[in-house]
Design a binder for this molecule. Sequence first.
Ligand code: UTP
Length: 294
Amino acid sequence: MPKPVRKAVLPVAGLGTRFLPATKVIPKEMIPVIDKPVVQYAIEEARAAGIEEFIFVSAEGKESIAQHFSAQPWLEKNLAAKGKTAELALVTGCTLPPGKIHTVLQGDPLGLGHAVWCAWKLVGDEPFAVILPDDMVLSDKPCLGQLIDAHAKVGGHVVAVENVAKDQTNRYGILDVLSEEGRIAKAKGLVEKPKPEEAPSTLAIIGRYVLDPVVFKELDKKTKGAGNEIQLTDALNRTISEVPFHGYRFEGRRYDCGTRVGFVEANVAFGLAHPEMVGRLLPLIEKLVSQVKS
Ligand code: UTP
């Protein structure tokens, strides 16, 4: 039986260049979808999956991310004084318990693999989750919770996967599949951003992982890969002989908030999934569509 997954690493040190100028001062992860910053959805998903400790791999100028999950006494005092109890609950509801939130600075953004390596000392020698907040998932059961359940059965590395269009494989880590059973695909290899004609499948890794700590020793070699960055996919690929590697076809829909179109799509999808908003939003969307068509 694998050890339980208690810690999540959230790499948030990227430059967010695709969202400039919005990300000149505001971290990409703090831009809201509906009424919550993108990173809050990731934390809520992790908490719902039973994660107890949260490790942000961050960068200079992104202090607001950790602040968002810390107590804000001045704001709380003023909301309480005005009797704004519902608003106060929204503020305190996203505060993480003291001692359960850690920030480590990456320094230069040398790649996702390097960002995860930075969390080594804080994670230690136990399985851990990695969440890329850019990937938002709408599902009945939290996507990370689905992975953790699968990990309890198969151990090793378990990553969330979905089928992507053949011409999109060069944007993802792609699985070389050995066998499949239900939602679980056992992989014999991984390729980072292969050209469509070279991709071993169309099963792509999205931003949710449960990893065995053996990956840290591999990342410690600091081998550079695609884009001259230290790639997490490459390190996982090189540990396949040491621990099992499975992709899990999660139940739910993913929205890639790292792109402008994906970000708008996420706002619409989460708005339509919001019980208080859907009734007013749907006619508005229909009106906008008919205006564009006419
Ligand atoms: P992305 O490449 O999608 O994010 O990395 P980015 O670099 O911020 O975006 P662009 O390409 O410049 O627009 C995926 C995730 O990995 C983190 C990012 O913050 C994001 O959550 N990351 C990436 C790091 O923390 N450090 C890195 O060196 C690279």
